[in-house]
Design a protein around this ligand. Structure first.
Ligand SMILES: C[S@@+](CC[C@H](N)C(=O)[O-])C[C@H]1O[C@@H](n2cnc3c(N)ncnc32)[C@H](O)[C@@H]1O
Length: 198
């Protein structure tokens, strides 16, 4: 299902500000939301991103903008990255803006369920689902992602691990319906490649 990644040696991954965490008030976040993407998860994600290759990218849950920034650094010059977080996060500091690649980023502040991406339905090459980790919302974000995916597009989920029971329940349920989900060995990422056009 996953082909060798052309030209995506780990040494070719570009990283910037990966360990710099801005401090800002985030009263809406409970402690369990702090499941920031690790270096290993990020490396795996970027290798998957480069395997697509991804021009239209969607991220559910901007966080501090770490993954957003690495997606911008590792995508073609004409890539566009859509990302969203809670409306109350609109005034936060985002690492992804401190980059020469920031022009690729289209940032929204809406709940993922209210995020209208219908204009890019069927065109999205790479999606990263990492917003709420609650069962119903992971399922809803996954259904949205499936409707947006381009032929051959990749969808990746973060935090398929025992600490995140909602993510595990939602993805196990999707897999039981026949969706060909793959857990990437050694990291907390699950991936799915949308069928290519016949
Ligand atoms: C784990 S963080 C995202 C980390 C980021 N993807 C990364 O790898 O750098 C999850 C983010 O999703 C946001 N979030 C949670 N539920 C959401 C929802 N229903 N709609 C929009 N954003 C949400 C949280 O505010 C938080 O900033």
């Amino acid at each position: 299902m996953f082909e060798p990644v052309p030209g995506a040696e780990a040494s070719e991954i570009r990283f910037q500000n990966l360990f710099e965490i801005p401090l800002f008030p985030a009263p809406h976040q409970d402690a369990r939301q702090n499941s920031w993407t690790t270096l290993a998860d990020m490396q795996g994600l970027i290798l998957l991103l480069k395997s697509t290759p991804a021009r239209v990218i969607v991220e559910y849950g901007t966080g501090h903008g770490h993954a957003t920034l690495q997606f911008a650094l590792n995508s073609p010059d004409n890539a566009v990255i859509y990302t969203t977080d809670y409306p109350e996060r609109a005034s936060s500091d985002y690492i992804c803006h401190r980059s020469a690649e920031a022009g690729k980023i289209r940032q929204s502040f809406s709940l993922t369920k209210d995020w209208d991406l219908s204009a890019i339905a069927g065109t999205v090459d790479f999606q990263f689902i990492d917003a709420t980790h609650q069962y119903e919302e992971v399922l809803a974000d996954s259904k949205k992602a499936l409707s947006l995916a381009a032929p051959g597009g990749l969808i990746c989920w973060h935090d398929y691990s025992p600490s995140w029971k909602g993510v595990v329940r939602a993805l196990d349920e999707l897999a039981s319906t026949g969706l060909d989900l793959v857990k990437i060995q050694g990291i907390n990422i699950v991936a799915y490649r949308h069928p290519r056009a016949a």
